[in-house]
Design a protein around this ligand. Structure first.
Ligand code: 5AD
Ligand code: SF4
Length: 465
């Protein structure tokens, strides 16, 4: 009999990837994904610890799950409840203390053992399993080849963990040390995704351009590959039209990666390159290991290689010790660079990280005010970027049905959402769309009447000329 599995995913794209892999692990055991936790046999909360009161959010969600588990028990059924991901890693056994009905707690590096953990929890009523270890052997060695039908746009984790230790960040503690998957393994997974229908792959890693994986035995530049080499190899997979990668660190933008932006047409001209702050003093206190000028230079190198590159970034306001002048330096940098898109956050002290215990915390109202000022500027830049697309014809990769019947939605090379009237048979196609309107978060356009052959970079070059 089919069993039901409900997974709620919080946080970043890597959690989305991990959740899909967890579902794949349970499929051979008869579990099918369910749309709601009601009546599920297994509920997994795949959690995020990066900001705010992450643990509180999880415990509040667990309150709901507890009631559903009790209802299930009254009907004579059994619901196994698992807390996975970065809150599980950070809180560990504390989760059992506060939520005794939870059966499994495991971190991001041990989920390959999910079937065994579920079996143990199912056997004896009340057996709990806690695994927040960092195994010496990477989980990827144990995960079966991917079997899920990917969407048109798929995620592929190539690197995990982080050795940078920015002083605000929990990632090095929750995801562990930096690990790069061997290139051959990544290429094999990418081929499976493409065979399953993916036309675009986003390479994922907490610090994705720190990638330094084993080169394939038969590949050039034996030994180790950096991200630029991996991108070149993946771009040669027939049927794979687009590549992206996220999240990158300014320190790790090497010449090979810059050259890939110049030479590889499949690598889309959009890059999320977080800077966090425009003040050298704050960047040093954050342990970012680069200055604002070095960020400007890196952007200059990238734009030199790919002039139409659109940039996105993350910002933190109100980092401990941030003065009005420091904040102004951030606004200045934003003004100079010009971002197509961005995420900005108030500094959120994370237990166990160095910055959390700094004495000079910025008062909440100051953070609120700075965030509003920064977001107003970033919103304006995003609006201007959207407006600048009006009248241009962009190659759009259609991904799924749009808001209204008869519409599809897809992405431009610059990662903008584009809606257009089109039949469902065009999902997975790259189609020239003339942009007619720009909303704050999406564009609307019309398909060019005459189908044209699209060599993406050429087309873009034409339209920029
Ligand atoms: N407080 C606020 N923002 C944070 N980020 C990471 N840690 C914190 C924190 N403690 C932001 C950074 C990072 C993004 C993923 O989340 O901007 O790039
Ligand atoms: Fe966190 Fe990114 Fe810094 Fe690593 S590089 S510590 S993931 S912010």
């Amino acid at each position: 009999m089919t069993k039901h599995l409900f997974i709620k995913t919080y946080g970043c794209q890597m959690n989305v990837y991990d959740s899909a892999r967890m579902a794949e692990l349970m499929t051979p055991l008869g579990y099918a994904l369910a749309a709601s936790p009601e009546g599920a046999d297994l509920v997994i909360l795949n959690t995020c610890h990066i900001r705010d009161k992450a643990a509180e959010k999880v415990f509040s969600e667990l309150g709901t799950i507890r009631r559903l588990k009790e209802a299930r028990a009254r009907q004579g059924g059994r619901m196994i409840v698992a807390v996975a991901g970065c809150v599980a890693q950070a809180e560990g056994a504390e989760i059992f203390e506060r939520a005794p009905f939870v059966d499994l707690v495991f971190g991001p590096q041990t989920y390959h053992n999910l079937p065994e953990m579920v079996a143990r929890a199912s056997r004896a009523a009340g057996e709990r399993v806690l695994d927040t270890s960092f195994p010496a052997e990477p989980k990827f060695d144990f995960l079966p080849p991917t079997t899920t039908a990917p969407g048109v746009s798929a995620f592929l984790t190539v690197q995990e963990g982080c050795d940078k230790f920015c002083t605000f960040c929990v990632v090095p503690y929750t995801r562990g040390a930096e690990y790069s998957r061997p290139a051959a393994e990544i290429i094999a997974e990418a081929r499976l995704l493409v065979a399953g229908g993916a036309r675009e792959i986003t390479l994922l890693g907490q610090n994705v351009n720190a990638y330094h994986g084993h080169a394939p035995p038969d590949g050039p530049n034996g030994g180790e590959w950096r991200l630029g080499e991996l991108i070149r190899a993946l771009a040669r997979i027939p049927g794979l039209a687009r590549l992206r990668y996220t999240t990158s660190h300014p320190r790790d933008v090497d010449d090979g990666l810059v050259a890939a932006h110049r030479d590889v047409p499949e690598l889309m001209p959009f890059l999320h390159l977080p800077v966090q702050s425009g003040s050298d003093r704050v960047l040093a206190a954050m342990n970012r290991r680069h200055t604002a000028d070095q960020y400007r230079q890196t952007v200059g190198r990238l734009r030199g290689a790919r002039p139409d590159l659109a940039l996105s970034s993350d910002f933190i306001v109100g980092f401990p010790g941030e003065s009005a002048a420091d904040f102004q330096a951030t606004l200045d940098l934003v003004g100079e660079i010009g971002f197509a898109q961005a995420f900005s956050f108030k500094y959120s002290p994370r237990p166990g990280t160095p910055a959390a215990s700094a004495g000079d915390q910025v008062p909440e109202p100051v953070k609120t005010e700075r965030l509003a000022a920064l977001q107003a500027l970033l919103r304006e830049q995003q609006r201007a970027f959207g407006q600048s697309s009006i009248g241009r014809t962009l190659p759009v990769l259609f991904e799924k049905p749009g808001r209204h019947p008869g519409q599809l939605v897809g992405r431009s090379p610059y990662s903008q959402s584009v809606h257009a009237e089109a039949g469902a048979e065009r999902i997975g196609d790259i189609v020239p769309v003339t942009i007619l309107d720009a909303q704050p978060n999406s564009l609307a356009g019309a398909i060019e009447p005459e189908p044209r052959s699209l060599a993406e970079p050429r087309l873009l070059a034409e339209h920029r000329a």
